[in-house]
Design a binder for this molecule. Structure first.
Ligand SMILES: Nc1ncnc2c1ncn2[C@@H]1O[C@H](COP(=O)(O)OP(=O)(O)OP(=O)(O)O)[C@@H](O)[C@H]1O
Ligand SMILES: [Mg+2]
Length: 428
C-alpha cells in the first residue's frame, strides 16, 4: 500500500499501525511511525512493555492465543500489522491475511523465518552459500551428523527461542549434552535438529536490506551499509557497529546474498539478514523480516527517519526511501560511523535503577537509551549505549567504556553493580 496523504496522528483519518511485540525495537518503530504521521497501537504480553509507553493505544495479552489476537485486530482494524517477535499465533496471522489484513512483510515470510529448517531451505534454494549442514532426529542420527560435519560444529533445535537449544560442540565429548539441550529446550516438539559446520568467520554482519516501493510503485531493494557485530554467551548480541570492516568484494556479496534471501521472502519492510564473512566469501546464516537488534546502531549512524525503525515505517507505508549508488547497488546514505554496546542487568529485580551517570555519559559522541522494562533479569538487555566517532574502532571503544561504567541495582538487590562480562571486548 502506498500512502498518498498523511493526517494528524490522532484524527480518525490517520492510518493505523499495530505492532505485535513492543520491546525496544517495536518501541522505536512506534516512535518513528508517530513522527511520520501514523496512529500507533502496541501489543505485548505484559503491561508497560517498552513500546506500550509510547504508543497511542496499547493492549497486553498472549499473542499466541488466537482469540486474543483476533480480538485486538478486529477492535482496532489496523491498516498495517507489524510483527516484532516470533511468539505469535501463525495460523491466526495467516487467516487475518486471507481476510485482507496487511501483515508485514507477509504471513508466509513470518512463518518461514521463525523455524530454522524453513529459513535454511529458503536460503539454499535462493542460491546462497551456507555452512554445511544436516538435519537429525534421535540421538544416533544426531551423533552421525556431528561426525559428518566434523568438529567443532553447532547444533540447534529446529524451533527454539533466542538460541536456547543451541550448542557449540567442540568434540565427541560434548555430543550427548548438546543433544539433550536441543531436545529439552526446543519450542514445540523438539524432535528435529540441525547440525551445522562451524564457520570460522573474520566478522559476523547483519545486512538490513529494505524492500520498498519506488516512484513507479514497483518493489525494489536498497541497502544500508553492513552492520558488524559480536555475540556473547553463545548467541546474544553484545555490540554492533556500522559500517562493518569488510572488503568491497565481500560487501557486494553481502548485498547479493541479502537480495536473494529477501526476494524469496517477499513483501515490503526491513529485513535483518545475518551472515558470516570469511575473507571475500559470505555465508548466509538466517534472516528475520523485521528490524534487528544489532541494527540499533542505525539510530545514531543515520538521519532521523532513516534508522532501521524509520526505514521499516517508510517501506511498509510506501513513503520514499531515497538512495545513492554504491558499488552498483542502491545504497542508503549514512551520516557517521557508530557503535552500540548493550547494558545488561547484573541482577534480578523490580524497579531497575541506573547510576554513575555523569562519569559514564560525559564523553563526546555518547548517547544512551533506557528501554523502560519494568523488571530486570540477570543478563536481560535493559538499554544500550550508542557512540559516534571518526571511525568504528573509536566508536566501539567509546560505547564499551560508557556501558561498563553504568551501575545498576534493583529493589531486591540494592548494591550498585556494573556489568562485568568482558568476552570479546576491546578493553580488557
Ligand atoms: N555455523 C556457525 N558458524 C559459526 N558461528 C555460528 C554458527 N551458527 C551460529 N553461530 C554463532 O551463534 C550465533 C547465534 O546463532 P543463530 O543466529 O543461528 O541463532 P539465534 O540467533 O540464536 O537464533 P534466533 O535469531 O532465531 O534467536 C550466531 O550469531 C553466531 O555468532
Ligand atoms: Mg541469529
Amino acid at each position: 500500500m502506498m500512502i498518498k496523504e498523511l493526517y494528524s496522528q490522532t484524527s480518525g483519518k490517520a492510518k493505523k499501525i499495530m505492532l505485535l511485540g513492543c520491546g525496544e525495537l517495536g518501541k522505536e518503530v512506534i516512535i518513528e511511525a508517530q513522527r511520520m504521521g501514523f496512529c500507533t497501537i502496541g501489543v505485548d504480553r505484559y503491561m508497560n512493555a517498552p513500546g506500550h509507553q509510547v504508543a497511542h493505544k496499547w493492549y497486553a495479552g498472549d499473542m499466541k492465543n488466537a482469540g486474543f489476537l483476533r480480538s485486538v485486530v478486529e477492535k482496532e482494524k489496523p491498516d498495517f500489522i507489524v510483527p516484532e517477535i516470533e511468539a505469535i499465533n501463525l495460523d491466526m496471522l495467516m487467516k487475518l491475511e486471507e481476510e485482507g489484513y496487511n501483515i508485514i512483510p507477509n504471513a508466509k515470510a513470518t512463518h518461514t523465518a521463525m523455524q530454522r529448517e524453513r529459513i535454511r531451505e529458503t536460503i539454499r534454494k535462493a542460491g546462497c552459500l551456507t555452512s554445511k549442514y544436516y538435519y537429525a532426529t534421535g540421538f544416533d542420527e544426531f551423533k552421525d551428523a556431528c561426525e559428518k560435519v566434523g568438529y567443532p560444529c553447532w547444533t540447534k533445535a529446529i524451533m527454539d527461542s533466542s538460541g536456547h537449544g543451541s550448542s557449540f560442540v567442540k568434540g565427541p565429548g560434548d555430543v550427548k549434552a548438546a543433544y539433550e539441550k536441543a531436545k529439552n529446550e526446543a519450542r514445540g516438539s523438539g524432535e528435529k535438529m540441525i547440525i551445522e559446520e562451524h564457520v570460522p568467520f573474520d566478522i559476523e554482519v547483519t545486512e538490513l536490506a529494505v524492500r520498498h516501493y519506488d516512484e513507479n510503485n514497483k518493489v525494489t531493494t536498497s541497502f544500508p551499509m553492513p552492520v558488524g557485530h559480536y555475540q556473547t554467551r553463545g548467541g546474544d548480541y553484545h555490540s554492533s557497529w556500522q559500517a562493518a570492516e569488510v572488503s568491497e568484494k565481500a560487501e557486494k556479496a553481502i548485498y547479493d546474498t541479502a537480495k536473494k534471501v529477501t526476494d524469496a521472502l517477499g513483501g515490503v519492510g526491513i529485513f535483518g539478514c545475518e551472515m558470516f564473512v570469511v575473507g571475500d566469501k559470505v555465508y548466509a546464516n538466517e534472516c528475520s523480516p523485521r528490524p534487528h537488534d544489532t541494527g540499533m546502531v542505525t539510530f545514531v549512524t543515520h538521519q532521523t527517519g532513516y534508522s532501521e525503525a524509520g526505514l521499516h515505517v517508510r517501506a511498509i507505508t510506501g513513503l520514499p526511501v531515497p538512495t545513492e549508488k554504491r558499488l552498483g547497488y542502491n545504497g542508503i546514505p549514512m551520516l557517521t560511523p557508530g557503535a552500540t554496546h548493550v547494558v545488561l542487568s547484573p541482577y534480578e529485580g523490580y524497579d531497575p535503577a541506573f547510576g554513575n551517570l555523569y562519569p559514564a555519559f560525559n564523553a563526546k559522541g555518547i548517547s544512551f537509551m533506557l528501554f523502560g522494562k519494568p523488571e530486570a533479569h540477570t543478563n536481560r538487555r535493559m538499554g544500550i549505549v550508542l557512540a559516534t566517532a571518526k571511525d568504528v574502532h573509536d566508536a566501539k571503544i567509546r560505547a564499551e567504556k560508557a556501558a561498563h561504567m553504568i551501575e545498576m541495582r534493583t529493589r531486591q538487590n540494592p548494591a550498585w553493580m556494573q556489568q562485568t562480562d568482558k568476552e570479546k571486548h576491546l578493553i580488557k
